[in-house]
Design a binder for this molecule. Sequence first.
Ligand SMILES: Nc1nc2c(ncn2[C@@H]2O[C@H](COP(=O)(O)OP(=O)(O)OP(=O)(O)O)[C@@H](O)[C@H]2O)c(=O)[nH]1
Ligand SMILES: [Mg+2]
Length: 553
Amino acid sequence: MQALYQRRTTPDRFVSPELARRLTELTRETGRQIGLLIDRLGVVDRVIVGDAHRLFIPDLGRSRAGSGRFRGLRLVHTHLRGEGLSRDDLTDLALLRLDTVVVVQTGPGGLPGEVEYAALVPPGTRGGEEGTRVERVRTVHEWDTDFTAFIQELEVQFGEAVKARDVSGREGAVLVSVTTRDPKGARRSLAELCRLAETAGLFVADQVLQVRKAVDGRTLVGEGKLRDLVTRCMHLGADVLIFDQELSPSQLRNIATETDLKVLDRTQLILDIFSQRATTKEGKLQVELAQLRYRKPRLNLMPTAMSRLTGGIGGRGPGETKLEINRRRSDERETRVERQLEDIARERTMRRDRRKRVGLPLVAIVGYTNAGKSTLLNRMTNSAVDAEDKLFATLDPTSRRLRFPEMREIILTDTVGFIRNLPKDLVHAFRSTLDEVLEADLLLHVVNIGEEDVGEQKAAVDKVLGELGAGDTPTLLVLNQIDRVEDAIVQDRVAEWGGLPVSAQTGAGLDALLDQIERRLFRERAAQAWEATSADRDPPHSLTDRDDDAHLP
Ligand SMILES: Nc1nc2c(ncn2[C@@H]2O[C@H](COP(=O)(O)OP(=O)(O)OP(=O)(O)O)[C@@H](O)[C@H]2O)c(=O)[nH]1
Ligand SMILES: [Mg+2]
């Protein structure tokens, strides 16, 4: 067996007849399958001895030879009982991206018999089923296909298929969602994941939704699906696999190790977007804190899976975070970032207290990402805050004064958008920013009624508000983007939820909204104050009578 390492085959044969014969002889002697991994030069890279039924390929490490999508290794192995290429063979072919898998039957007297081989082929190839083509040859002696030409042609075909799909040069990703329940909800969530991926600068090559009876604890999707995903990624030139579900550290490691792809989950994707978006010092620190916390339980478990992430999607950090950092350094950094954030939060509190002393009511605009919060702030205060058709366009809160008649004023604050399944670490890290929401006297909850799943979006926002402890803050529901839908739909929504229909874009309905805000903040309060104070027999205290010259940052 050891001597097999010294053997080689000419590069232009899949396997030379002499080598094949040596393998079948040894198989006959030992009663075991024997396999060789052979590189492109025809040199034996590894000898693998299996049992009578199967062969276990050892971990080949993560380095892929050459620049192509193939590993640059082919597997040639023997079968004992006349069975053809097995499911395991095809799995190895796809998961390990082998150049080809060759099975040589051990014939009577230990002579090489019939040969079967399989290779991955680009989609749409004739005779290629599920992206794999299987061929049969009567004996190795008759087999004169030129291997070098064969693999070169395949690589060219793959290259062309990939180029035809992605002209943008962005990193390609395949999105995956696994659900045991309502596929409709999962589909919508997947569509949102698609927008998130594009926002992060990825090219979405494909989306896969799998409905299963139960999710696989080890790799979320089953073995067969995983193989299918790898083949798909290879076909599409995608290097990234993104799951809509949160992956446990061990699932992340298992999938990354088995597929040799960059693997992310929804949380990581959102973190990546935030780290690209963060511009202020506070924003950057908050994202870094969230990343540190997300990675902490994953640091020890997954040196390999994480090292795949250095650079590009999922590997970005706004601060000095490097993925290689060890746990101790990570803890130290976390403490330091927390302290810096506390300092900033203190300043923010002081600013807010000052505003409070001046007596200006705080109104915070909250809502699902891309609902139109910034557009509304701009429209109401005549400002030019960045408002775009992008998820998470706003990260840092912006405050503007808004003046009502009779010298009444408020501070209106635009905040970071929410999303369903908002990562817990992110909510915590953004705590000080979200304090704006907690301190508000009134919330404007903006929903986009043009969205099909506006109900779910609204519920997701209510849920986060509850978690933040702002569930009891007086709230005005703002049904935005009425210019995009039929009147009847607007009427239905109003009947169901109440709220004020507006269009932040056209300005329709804003007068009524302003009137409501004023009523809620001044008239109703004044009335309450009047009741309270008259009970105490004190003269009423006007809420509008404030020091307007007070300095506001
Ligand atoms: N047709 C229409 N489009 C609107 C309206 N309000 C906002 N938009 C558009 O919706 C997109 C998102 O608006 P933004 O104001 O950035 O939304 P946001 O809630 O601040 O989003 P994030 O900060 O990313 O969470 C932009 O392209 C706006 O032009 C509206 O009333 N009608
Ligand atoms: Mg915004």
